[in-house]
Unconditional design. Structure first.
Length: 140
């Protein structure tokens, strides 16, 4: 079993990571922590390329490192991935829907910004919930 957890360094994504850890303990799963680095050009949103570690920003390194420590402390296997793209929702869904990645479950923490902000900024968790092929757990 491969559980993808979406990581952005926020307290909401860490709550999602906690739920992914609980699920992984129950199913002896691998947790794949995925961070979408949206500083890249629009062309990459179509592919959501996996970035080699040497191209990770310091922020991305910190997010993945912190998640890895938390997961491995619970004796669960962890794989950290940073994808380069343009829009988190599209990037994360593209990664999750790629059959090569074999994602069985997606866990994402929701910020719950509310209706007015979602009109202008969209909702990553809502996008993934509706566009991902794997089951999605949204953690509030």
């Amino acid at each position: 079993m491969r559980i993808m957890v979406c990581l952005d360094g926020s307290k909401h994504s860490l709550r999602g990571l906690d739920v992914a850890i609980l699920l992984a303990k129950q199913s002896d799963a691998l947790i794949i922590g995925v961070h979408s680095d949206t500083i890249f050009s629009a062309f990459s949103a179509v592919r959501a390329p996996i970035l080699p570690e040497k191209k990770w920003t310091n922020e991305a390194k910190g997010i993945i490192r912190d998640a890895q420590k938390k997961v491995e402390k619970n004796k669960i296997k962890f794989e950290g991935i940073v994808i380069g793209g343009h829009s988190s929702g599209i990037d994360l869904t593209t990664f999750a829907n790629n059959p090569v990645n074999r994602i069985n479950q997606i866990v994402i923490g929701a910020r719950g910004m509310g209706f007015p902000k979602e009109l202008f900024f969209g909702s990553t968790s809502n996008f993934i919930l509706h566009k991902a092929k794997a089951p999605v757990t949204v953690v509030k």
